[in-house]
Design a protein around this ligand. Sequence first.
Ligand code: APR
Length: 230
Amino acid sequence: MKCLVVLTGAGMSAESGIRTFRDSNGLWNNYRIEEVASPEAWEKHPEVVLEFYNQRRKQLFEVEPNAGHRALVRLEEKFDVQIITQNVDDLHERAGSSHVLHLHGELKKARSTVDPDLVYELDHWELKMGDTCEKGSQLRPHIVWFGEPVPLFDQAVQIAKTADIFLVIGTSLVVYPAAGLIRYVERDVPKFYVDPQAFPVHGVPKLEVIREKAGKVLPKLVEKMLNRFA
Ligand code: APR
């Protein structure tokens, strides 16, 4: 079975109703990154940070996967599909995708502030000051903040290197190290970049740019891939 690796970003979930970060109505127009998504913010005002992620989590309980997420599931009929996502939502999993690596963490999980291995599933939206791990320490969102290392990046690189086909969807490709993953893909591997604002990536050969919305074009693109590459 050919290995089809998919890198997704916020645009993947846009048609589910989740705002992206850097579009004209993106989240970072309303919030300063360093005030809500950094270790310094957590030091300075943890309650503000918790509230920011509580609102994101609350919304996540109210939205559904879109046609783009569902189309990617169909690829599993004929490919070994590995999804690497920058998204902290669980819409790929809820659509039915089997292999999803969350580079930037997961909104529906919390983790201990004294032991990073203590990670808990949240079945409710609100994480509060005073919610503690089993060792008695405050829980924080299980999110990779700006300025923090990306623990799963090496694993993502290994996956990218095995790609026979590489698909990038809905990401501005400005946040590293995730944005650099495409450069680990073999040169002769066919690559596709689906994003209304996609641009040719310098030095990346065999890249087809598709300037469309994911929910609109993925059902058609997936059909094409099942016929052409499998
Ligand atoms: N379908 C496909 N792409 C879309 C759609 C859509 N319906 N709507 C918007 N987009 C595209 C935009 O054109 C843009 O290029 O999605 C991209 C979103 O870019 P960003 O907001 O920068 O999101 P992302 O690339 O995922 O950000 C990376 O930055 O803020 C941090 O940790 C956060 O994981 C995030 C990382």
